[in-house]
Design a protein around this ligand. Structure first.
Ligand SMILES: NC(=O)c1ccc[n+]([C@@H]2O[C@H](COP(=O)([O-])OP(=O)(O)OC[C@H]3O[C@@H](n4cnc5c(N)ncnc54)[C@H](O)[C@@H]3O)[C@@H](O)[C@H]2O)c1
Length: 447
């Protein structure tokens, strides 16, 4: 194998492209500039690039709207050259791409942001010219198997007029962070790494080893790393789908699903998944990346798509359940005064993107309900600007509702006292509790 000069591990310039939930924690970890194993001081220069000037300016002012960076780590923002200026990227030898990879209205992968980022990198490589020390491009965005080498690399090669594994190298290292989770953080989760050839794979693996305390797992190809990422989230999606289906069955049998799960969980190999609304931009999206690739190769996956179908059906199922429970209490959904608790796609995180709760709100509005939305984490302005929804971050004092629907397990909700829950409801009103946090004595309807 021919060997090339690659950048110096301890003294390279790294640019993180896309400073969101994934890119920002990564930039911060690199900015600490200390090898997490040897404790050796490093001299890497870190650039944080984002096309969103508002995001860049907020970060320059020490404001992180994702709330993923704790107070102690915010100081490392000062060590990052934060910019939306492409010209600065000429200085980089390592390009790490963490831009969004959503799906479109037909659930097909929307690769526009990753294609644009690749185009930009190609242009930067062209401007840099062919140097002795070869640049390395690492993709972290979730993609389908083959996307890095079949879609992104050809764009870079075309724009830069250079060749993979000769003029530049490439790698894929999926991100596994879990926003809102204070225990499993970037450096405590094993990182899967891969490279376009053996030399770059080893180099990339070393790079991540320097920031990931939990260590790395190097795969033999980029495609394996890409597929590992999508199957992780697909497995989660299917496990939740199974519990959602169980919830539908338990409802017909007239038993409590959560109690069934609790009992089943006493077996050592039962997986403790719960019914829920699968939103966000990972679990509800990544399976479609896998099924898309499969379908291009002539196989229509059955199990994966069945899981998606069940999970997508849950807002309507919840609505039906609420309507029938209201009817049981001689209450009408038409014009009902409802408190909806939680709008983010998951607990203890301000992210409202692709939250399935918007679908439930849309369905409820067809009944002209009077809706109060309380979410202790979501950004009030974002809800107004992007969804034209009024929400409050605060406990609705001195108000009583026909129905209280609790959908997200934010700490602030889980910590409410029985007396506070009770103060929210009219005499024959109903509690609907998707997450099992409302005190049992209040007889909440649970899935
Ligand atoms: N959020 C998660 O929990 C999570 C976990 C694992 C993997 N992922 C994956 O990581 C990727 C990023 O997700 P995220 O949640 O961080 O997204 P995000 O939307 O929070 O952040 C992406 C950032 O990229 C910027 N951006 C978009 N196009 C750009 C471009 N061409 N050049 C530079 N910046 C650009 C956006 O302005 C934004 O700030 C996605 O592929 C996602 O599936 C996300």
């Amino acid at each position: 194998m021919e060997y090339f000069d690659l950048p110096q591990q301890s003294n390279c310039t790294i640019v993180i492209i896309g400073l969101g939930y994934v890119g920002l924690p990564l930039a911060i970890e690199f900015a600490k500039n200390i090898d997490c194993n040897s404790k050796k001081i490093l001299k890497r220069k870190i650039i944080g690039f984002d096309i969103n000037l508002e995001r860049v300016n907020a970060l320059k002012n020490g404001i992180d709207i994702t709330k993923e960076i704790n107070f102690e780590n915010l100081k490392y923002l000062n060590e990052i050259n934060l910019t939306n200026d492409m010209k600065i990227l000429n200085k980089a030898d390592i390009f790490i791409v963490t831009v969004p990879t959503p799906i479109d209205k037909k659930n097909a992968p929307d690769l526009n942001p990753i294609k644009k980022a690749s185009e930009m990198i190609g242009k930067v490589l062209k401007l840099k010219g062919k140097e002795k020390i070869k640049p390395i491009i690492i993709y972290e965005s979730t993609v389908f198997p083959g996307a890095t080498e079949e879609i992104c690399v050809p764009i870079i090669e075309k724009e830069s007029k250079s060749k993979l594994n000769k003029d530049f190298f490439c790698g894929y290292s999926p991100e596994r962070i879990n926003p809102g989770d204070n225990k499993n953080k970037l450096n405590s989760i094993i990182k899967v790494t891969s490279g376009s050839n053996e030399q770059s794979a080893l180099w990339i693996n070393e790079l991540y080893k320097s920031i990931i305390k939990a260590g790395t797992h190097m795969t033999s190809s980029i495609k394996i790393a890409e597929t590992a990422k999508v199957i992780e989230n697909t497995q989660r999606d299917l496990n939740i789908a199974l519990m959602n289906e169980l919830a539908k069955i338990c409802d017909l049998v007239k038993i409590d699903t959560l109690e069934v799960i609790k009992a089943a969980s006493t077996k050592w190999n039962f997986l403790d998944f719960r019914p829920g609304l699968v939103g966000g931009h990972c679990i509800g999206v990544d399976p479609y990346y896998l099924t898309y690739k499969s379908e291009t190769l002539g196989y229509k996956p059955e199990v994966v798509l069945a899981g998606r179908k069940i999970n997508n059906s849950m807002p309507r199922w919840i609505l039906k359940k609420i309507i029938s429970e209201l009817e049981n209490n001689n209450l009408d959904i038409q014009g009902a005064n409802i408190l909806l608790m939680g709008i983010t796609f998951k607990e203890n995180c301000p992210d409202i993107r692709n939250s399935k709760i918007f679908e439930l709100i849309h369905l409820l509005n067809e009944y002209n309900v009077s809706l109060t939305i309380w979410d202790s984490w979501a950004n009030v302005e974002d809800c107004k600007n992007f969804f034209n929804l009024e929400i409050t971050n605060n406990f609705p004092k001195n108000k009583k509702y026909t129905s209280v629907i609790c959908l997200v397990k934010h700490n602030e909700f889980a910590e409410l006292r029985p007396i506070e829950w009770e103060s929210l409801i009219i005499k024959n009103g109903i509690f609907f509790d998707l997450k099992g946090i409302i005190p049992r004595q209040l007889k909440p309807i649970r899935p």
